[in-house]
Design a protein around this ligand. Structure first.
Ligand code: ZN
Ligand code: ZN
Length: 351
């Protein structure tokens, strides 16, 4: 089968790999759509903490697919999950928890003592077939388009961070960053009934996407905040989704007393940001840094999609067949025009 493989940092391309065979307690799936994000480009470039990736690796940690074959249950498997019927559309948690360590038992599966993740330490879904643990597979309702389901992974990352911030109704929210994560944050924070959501971005061409995400205001110049949504121009919750050191500084400057700063964007392994310590203490500020998603956050996002409370399909702005993966990478590196999620098509959606 064909797969998009990073053999070592700096070396990526389509490779011919043997098809995986599902073991007991595994499911064989054919990916339909696979999202590509900045983290994939970091894996290609080798710009990722070496503890979190194992080369060679098949890319693909944001995806939706269809069941080909259920490998059945191992004898004595506990909590026997029902077999999955061929053709069922599914999304699959990428973080593979051990389910035994103290973090997993407490539900903090994102901090499992053994880090293991599809598309990082084990083969990803930018391939014609992938075998995954049954326990991580979630069926998607017929009403959910592939274009929405393919975003469950980044949506779970954002949902987990927001849930950790415990937003209260009526709060003024600022999102820094107009990329996919910022747009997802603007959409998902609505679940907590804020008074207003403002997005600061750098690309004026993102305005329509920001509006569709549900933000009241979109600005490309921080000085416009002087008369902005917050009393004194400050916000109760500031979400850093740009992944830039200067945005982290801006977040700490723009949060109001008693407020929370959520850090979602990676600024780069070497990035350092000076902290205005006295201001943070006087302001009684909470800083929340959130890693990945828990199994619980993933299940919650799937439930929102399956109950038609959330539609994320508006975020797909670019799609390419797998063979055109170079164009997909270019669309992320240097977007011309509005750009949110770039996806690779592995199979026609309606087959
Ligand atoms: Zn990603
Ligand atoms: Zn664990």
């Amino acid at each position: 089968m064909h797969a998009l493989v990073v053999s070592e940092p700096g070396s990526v391309g389509l490779a011919e790999l043997p098809e995986p065979v599902p073991a007991a307690d595994e499911v064989l799936i054919e990916p339909v759509l696979v999202g590509i994000c900045g983290t994939d480009l970091d894996i290609v470039a080798g710009d990722i903490d070496p503890d979190f990736v194992r080369y060679p690796v098949t890319l693909g940690h944001e995806w939706v697919g269809r069941v080909v074959e259920d490998g059945g249950r191992a004898p004595g498997a506990r909590g026997a999950l029902p077999p999955l019927v061929a053709g069922t559309r599914v999304v699959v948690e990428g973080v593979v928890p051990c389910w035994h360590c103290a973090e997993c038992v407490a539900g903090d599966t994102n901090r499992c003592a053994t880090y293991d993740e599809i598309g990082f330490t084990r083969p990803g879904a930018a391939a014609e077939r992938i075998a995954v643990p049954r326990r991580l597979v979630h069926a998607i309702a017929d009403s959910v388009p592939d274009e929405s389901a393919v975003l469950v992974e980044p949506a779970s990352v954002v949902f987990r961070a927001l849930a950790r911030c415990r937003p209260r109704p009526g709060q003024r929210v600022l999102v820094i960053g107009d990329g996919t994560i910022g747009l997802l944050a603007a959409r998902l924070v609505r679940l907590w009934s804020p008074a207003s959501v403002t997005v600061i971005g750098r690309r004026a061409g993102q305005a329509a996407l920001v509006a569709t995400a549900g933000a009241e205001a979109f600005i490309t110049d921080e000085s416009a905040l002087a008369d902005g949504s917050g009393a004194d121009g400050r916000f109760d919750l500031v979400i850093e989704a740009a992944g830039a050191a200067e945005s982290v500084s801006a977040a700490m400057r723009l949060v109001g007393r008693g407020g929370t700063v959520a850090l979602l964007g990676y600024s780069g392994q070497e990035a350092q940001v000076p902290m205005p310590v006295d201001d943070l203490i006087n302001g009684d500020i909470t800083i929340v840094a959130s890693f990945s998603y828990t199994s619980g956050a993933w299940r919650h996002v799937v439930k929102l999609l399956n109950s038609d409370q959330l539609d994320l399909g508006f975020l797909i702005t670019h799609r390419f067949p797998l063979a055109d993966w170079r164009q997909a990478f270019d669309a992320i590196r240097s977007p011309a025009g509005p750009r949110a999620k770039v996806v690779l098509e592995l199979k026609p959606s309606s087959a």
